[in-house]
Structure formats: structure tokens, C-alpha cells
Ligand binder design. Structure first.
Ligand SMILES: [Mg+2]
Length: 129
């Protein structure tokens, strides 16, 4: 099968149905924070992360920021009520790449990932699955 014909939404849905939860990783700069001051509104992403929290999903902040910068990021997330459970940590196994079912990242197909996760959480909340 062609790699682009694979149904990535169905895989996400299957992951959820198997575990009754998901690992959702998300990036900080230009995904929930307007790093380049381009006046981009990230509310849709942030709201979806809150919905994920309400459904009991595990949220992993996946960022290249470290040290003092990371402290500021944690403060900012708390101030803006953006949920996270782990930071750059692997929830399942001791490998360098965190495990996740889906990644929200401005440099990794953000719109498709958002659309798939939004569709799934809408179905769950509407009790369609
Ligand atoms: Mg980014």
C-alpha cells in the first residue's frame, strides 16, 4: 500500500480503543506559544489539549528548551492552564524518542494531527465510539 493511502485516523482510533487512553505529545514554540511574534492564535491547539486532559489522556511536552528557559515554559503553561504530565520523558520505555500516539508540532504536520485528534475526541465526547 502507498504510504499516503494509509488511514492514520483509523490507527489513532484503534490505539484509543485498545488502551482507552492516548499519549499525546506536543511541542511548545510555534505550537502553543507564538515564538516569532507572528500574531498566530494557538487557542485551538490549547483547547484540544484541555479536552485531552479531561478525557484522561497523558500529555507530554516535547521541547528542545532546557534549563531556565524550560522553567519559564512550565510557568507559562501553568499560568495559561495548558496541561502537561511529562516533559521530554518517555512514558513507556527508556529510549530517547518519547513514545506517543500522536504529536502536535508546527514542524510535523500540525494540521493533520490536530484534525485527527479533534475528530477522535469529538467522537468520544459525543459517545459515538
Ligand atoms: Mg516548534
Amino acid at each position: 500500500m502507498d504510504v499516503f493511502k494509509f488511514d492514520y485516523y483509523q490507527r489513532l482510533r484503534k490505539d484509543y480503543l485498545e488502551h482507552n487512553s492516548l499519549f499525546v505529545a506536543y511541542d511548545y514554540d510555534n505550537t502553543v506559544f507564538d515564538y516569532h511574534n507572528q500574531n498566530i492564535n494557538y487557542d485551538k491547539i490549547i483547547e484540544l489539549l484541555r479536552v485531552c486532559r479531561s478525557l484522561g489522556f497523558t500529555l507530554i511536552l516535547f521541547t528542545g528548551n532546557e534549563g531556565e528557559k524550560l522553567d519559564h515554559i512550565k510557568e507559562d503553561l501553568q499560568t495559561r492552564d495548558i496541561p502537561f504530565d511529562l516533559i521530554n520523558e518517555n512514558p513507556l520505555m527508556p529510549t530517547r524518542k518519547p513514545y506517543y500516539n500522536i504529536l502536535l508540532d508546527d514542524r510535523a504536520g500540525l494540521k493533520e494531527a490536530y484534525d485527527n485528534l479533534k475528530k477522535l475526541t469529538d467522537e468520544i465526547r459525543n459517545k459515538e465510539i
